[in-house]
Design a protein around this ligand. Structure first.
Ligand SMILES: Cc1cc2nc3c(=O)[nH]c(=O)nc-3n(C[C@H](O)[C@H](O)[C@H](O)COP(=O)(O)OP(=O)(O)OC[C@H]3O[C@@H](n4cnc5c(N)ncnc54)[C@H](O)[C@@H]3O)c2cc1C
Length: 386
């Protein structure tokens, strides 16, 4: 029998990385193997967010590089892929802090706001969250109810936000609110009087992630809380597009993790006449299908990274990969679960957790439907949202 190929990486993508990218890949892979995988299933079962991980994520140095603007898109993608091989919830902590908060501040904040927050956010000394979704407005954030009113010294904010990652841990919240009917972005320290956050418990998915409701009741902020560049909903959407790019890579990592676990399982597990499961044609057919899908996901992500690095990436291109990769990652996870039989549903293995976490990733930062409508509008010229 020929020895099996070492990974599913049949197109040798990982061999293309430059020295820095390879070093980052190996650094994050080691972090996931040592710090995440040994305990994450127990934390998932107990619905626990490991707070000691927060400074450790800071020590990785990735967020500092994002705060300085010195991380190229493909390297960031590799980071997301490796983190999400461990856990989608873990990758989300980094995506929210890095793309949604640091990225938004870099793009839209004043020099003073940048000086106050970027360094602390880069080291994770301060945690940030991004409050766009509301209880009644998810896919259509333009309908948001949260309001800002001008006062003599600044603004007063009222409203609520729902499903906010890092919501109860955050020191600063980016709050999107309508001022005179136009969506604006505000930087709100979470210890401001009138600001409260409450954890959402009882999730089937993202059980190791802090997801919160934010309540703003007559929250008074100075004029300097308004991000001068965040002048419309377009600023929030641009920020989301950067985070969605990381998701495209991330879910490929989750699928990789499932694949590696299931492939080893079918090689080791013997049924019928002392033969490994992997010797059956039906099993090999499924492995080949998954290897093709994961390769597709990674190639799409890498191409997006190249377009991003060249300053040419367009929202519908990100939507195409977000839509495709999330759906395909869930399908891969389900096939892996099936290949592992009863063991596939047990928390001794990681597949079940990865599968339910991917349900969140399919929904947040634009659902599969919404991304298909964005692509559809580009293909036809006809918006079909309402
Ligand atoms: C764990 C978790 C973390 C999250 N973190 C954040 C965060 O940090 N910050 C933040 O702001 N938000 C966050 N979200 C919210 C997330 O972005 C929203 O859940 C998402 O945008 C979908 O909104 P909704 O849940 O209200 O679904 P809805 O908008 O009510 O959609 C329900 C269903 O209807 C479909 N649908 C809606 N409109 C259309 C249409 N026009 N055509 C066809 N189908 C349609 C959707 O695709 C979906 O299948 C998080 C969500 C989760 C689950």
């Amino acid at each position: 029998m020929k020895p099996p190929t070492v990974t599913h990486d049949l197109y040798e993508l990982d061999q293309d990385w430059n020295d820095e990218q390879r070093a980052v890949m190996l650094q994050i892979r080691k972090f996931v193997d040592q710090e995440i995988l040994p305990t994450i299933n127990e934390e998932h079962n107990n619905e626990v967010l490991r707070k000691d991980l927060i400074p450790k994520i800071g020590q990785l140095g990735i967020l500092e590089m994002l705060a300085e603007g010195s991380l190229d898109p493909v390297t960031y993608g590799i980071v997301c892929r490796e983190l999400e091989r461990g856990s989608s919830a873990l990758r989300s902590i980094v995506s929210v802090q890095g793309s949604l908060v640091i990225g938004c501040i870099r793009d839209f904040a004043s020099a003073e706001q940048k000086a106050t927050w970027l360094t602390k956010l880069g080291t994770m000394e301060a945690i940030g969250c991004f409050g766009l979704t509301e209880p009644d407005f998810g896919s259509n954030p333009a309908g948001m109810i949260t309001r800002a009113e001008k006062t003599s010294s600044g603004f007063v904010l009222n409203g609520s936000k729902c499903w906010i990652t890092n919501g109860t841990q955050a020191h600063v919240a980016i709050v999107w609110a309508k001022l005179d009917g136009v969506v604006k972005g505000f930087l709100v320290p979470t210890n401001t009087p009138g600001f409260t956050a409450q954890s959402i418990k009882g999730k089937w998915s993202f059980r190791t992630s802090d997801t919160g409701m934010l309540f703003l009741s007559n929250v008074e902020v100075p004029e300097s809380a308004l991000m001068p560049g965040a002048k419309s909903l377009g600023a929030a959407i641009k920020t989301l597009n950067n985070a969605r790019y990381g998701i495209c890579w991330g879910v490929a990592g989750a699928a990789r993790g499932c694949f590696e676990e299931a492939r080893q399982y079918v090689i080791d597990r013997v049924q019928f006449d002392g033969k490994p499961l992997a010797s059956h044609q039906l099993i090999q057919n499924k492995l080949a299908w998954m290897a093709a899908e994961i390769t597709n996901m990674e190639l799409m992500s890498k191409r997006l990274g190249e377009l991003k690095a060249a300053g040419r990436v367009k929202p519908y291109q990100v939507s195409l990969a977000k839509m495709n990769n999330c759906r395909k990652a869930i399908e891969v996870a389900r096939v892996c679960r099936e290949l592992m039989g009863a063991n596939g549903i047990h928390s001794e293995y990681h597949i079940g957790r990865r599968m339910v976490d991917l349900e969140t990733v399919l929904t947040y930062e634009g659902t599969e439907h919404i991304h298909s409508l964005i692509v559809g509008e580009n293909l036809t010229g006809i918006p079909a949202y309402s």
